[in-house]
Design a protein. Structure first.
Lengths: 252, 325
């Protein structure tokens, strides 16, 4: 019963949408029924060219995310364990965290071109912040007793980082990843909506320009499903790698 | 005693306000754009040129950056009419939106006296003709806009298949010149005032114009109204269009002064000296619509571009009966 509860909520929301769509209060061009959206979604997933568009967006999002993951974990760890580096980088990260990086997209186009690279670069930048900040917090929160114990056994600095700090920070690293991954998808879709000739964001704009709201919402559903699948995959990976800190253990 | 006075006061106030509302002319909520609609803007910038305004109709112009948002606002019941490119209305009609084009604003026309949207490439670059754009990129202002249509038409004329052979990217007009110069895109779309500014900067060369791409003069921007509003407020629309035609004639006869007024009223942000020098699109003094050109455009959208799923009967989406005779 407990497992069904979230689905019941989603079902209620969908039912509410259908009732509103069929009420006749709004134009079906603006507020299409689930039937229409479902039909368009069926068309979307049955067409290879549309699935290629999804793949284009996915590879951009994952490309930028992977780069941010590698750089972000290293920078976050070093910031968390070195007062000197933290003193240097902290003002930069905290001072520019709130900047809407999407506003920099035109500059990115001029630097990296109008193709995929500018989008991947912006995804990298947007994802870098949560990964660095949460990893840094995790690296700082490592229990000192663990570090002292490792030092007492004669472990070197590198060994302590690899064998103590990294495993202790892993739950935080994955928390950063889970924040950054949907950000990657959102940024890719938005940049594709601004300037692209392919990808899911382009499909959204293409459908919107034809006043095909049902088709546009079908693409939005596809994006939502993609985001959900990515998050589930990441959660599974986390549970496998950080097996000592499963999410369920937080709940009593 | 006091209570009865209060009741009487409320009744009188309510009645008089109802009376005032009944006497007020109908309000036209009008969605406008940001380019090439000088006559429409002038109606708000110089209300003294519109004798019917305030008497037979009231006008509230609302700025929109793009056509889909304008039509969405109309579908949500927030607009009665507005401006839009003819092809955008064709898209809307194809989806069953109840709207009609009632007047023309401007056309893409051949001739030295008119401006036609121009596609330019790098002056010293390898692109000498549209055929050379194979494997390259073209910048347009938006997907499925008029600029997209002309770019595709220009490519198809040269035997280049859009999307397959050449990528078409949306990007803003202001960045188009530098994007071409730095090689980020191979060709860009230029309208006034950006066209004149970029030509003055140098380094760019004309590839083709919108008219050359399509092959004939055609409607660029039009005025449309919702079918329901046309039925319920025909007199307001007639009065509005009578003023609109008068303002168009004034604009054509006194372009420099009209541009100064528009600049002063904040409708145009381009430096005045540049704005005054800009070439202008062709505007019919009587706001008559070139129906045949819209018909040809709709066929092109259906047959060559596959932008429409079914044919649109252009004659049914136009009603010039509200224009002054």
């Amino acid at each position: 019963m407990r497992r069904l509860a979230p689905f019941a909520l989603i079902g209620a929301l969908l039912l509410g949408w259908e009732i509103a769509a069929r009420s006749g209060l709004w134009s079906p061009l603006l507020f299409p029924s689930l039937m229409r959206i479902g039909y368009e979604f069926g068309l979307f997933v049955s067409r290879t060219d549309r699935l290629i568009e999804a793949w284009v967006s996915l590879h951009r999002a994952l490309g930028g995310f992977a780069l941010a993951a590698v750089v972000g974990v290293v920078v976050g760890m070093v910031m968390g364990r070195s007062a000197l580096v933290a003193g240097l980088l902290d003002p930069l990260f905290s001072g520019t965290y709130a900047v809407p990086k999407l506003a920099l997209f035109p500059i990115f186009i001029f630097v990296f071109g109008i193709g995929s690279l500018s989008k991947v670069a912006l995804v990298f930048l947007e994802c870098l912040y949560p990964i660095v900040i949460i990893t840094c917090h995790g690296a700082r929160s490592v229990n000192r007793v663990l570090i002292w114990s490792a030092q007492n056994t004669g472990a070197s600095r590198t060994e302590i980082l690899r064998r103590v700090v990294l495993p202790a920070t892993a739950p935080f690293i994955f928390a950063g990843f889970r924040v950054a991954l949907p950000v990657a998808l959102i940024v890719v879709i938005m940049t594709e909506m601004v300037s692209s000739a392919d990808g899911l964001g382009y499909q959204v704009i293409y459908a919107m320009s034809s006043l095909k709201t049902d088709r546009m919402l079908a693409v939005v559903v596809a994006i939502a499903l993609l985001g959900w699948l990515l998050d589930k995959a990441l959660a599974m990976l986390r549970d496998r790698l950080v097996y000592w800190e499963k999410l369920e253990t937080y709940y009593v | 005693m006091k209570r009865s006075r209060l009741v009487a006061f409320l009744v009188v106030t309510a009645f008089s306000s109802f009376n005032v509302a009944a006497q007020e002319p109908p309000l036209i909520r009008f969605g406008r754009g940001f380019a090439a609609e000088e006559q429409v803007w002038l109606m708000s910038a110089r209300p003294d040129l519109t004798p019917n305004q305030g008497k037979k109709y009231q006008l509230k112009q609302i700025l929109f950056q793009a056509n889909p948002e304008r039509f969405q606002a109309f579908l949500a019941g927030e607009l009665d009419g507005g401006t839009a490119p003819g092809l955008a209305v064709i898209f809307a009609r194809a989806q069953g939106v109840d709207m009609k084009i009632v007047a023309s604003i401007c056309l893409e026309a051949a001739g030295k006296e008119w401006f036609s949207t121009t596609y330019m490439v790098k002056d010293d670059g390898p692109v000498r003709s549209a055929a050379d754009l194979k494997g390259g990129t073209v910048g347009v202002v938006g997907i499925k806009t008029a600029t997209d249509l002309w770019a595709r038409a220009g490519l198809l004329n040269a035997g280049v298949v859009p999307d397959k052979d050449t990528k078409i990217f949306p990007m803003g007009f202001p960045g188009m010149g530098d994007a071409v110069r730095t090689g980020k895109i191979n060709a860009g779309t230029f309208v006034e005032p950006f066209y004149s500014a970029e030509v003055a900067r140098g380094g760019l060369r004309k590839l083709f114009t919108a008219v050359e791409a399509v092959g004939y003069d055609h409607e660029l921007l039009d005025i449309w109204f919702g079918g329901k509003f046309l039925k319920t407020q025909p007199e307001a629309v007639r009065a509005f269009l009578a003023d609109y035609v008068a303002v168009t004639k004034y604009y054509l006869a006194n372009t420099a002064q009209a541009k100064r007024d528009l600049h002063k009223a904040g409708f145009v942000r381009t430096p005045l000296e540049i704005y005054l020098k800009n070439a202008d699109w062709k505007r019919d003094p009587n706001a008559r619509i070139d129906v045949a050109s819209l018909d040809r455009l709709s066929k092109f959208m259906l047959e060559k571009l596959q932008w429409l799923e079914k044919p649109v009967t252009v004659g049914e989406m136009i009603d010039q009966g509200y224009l002054p005779r």
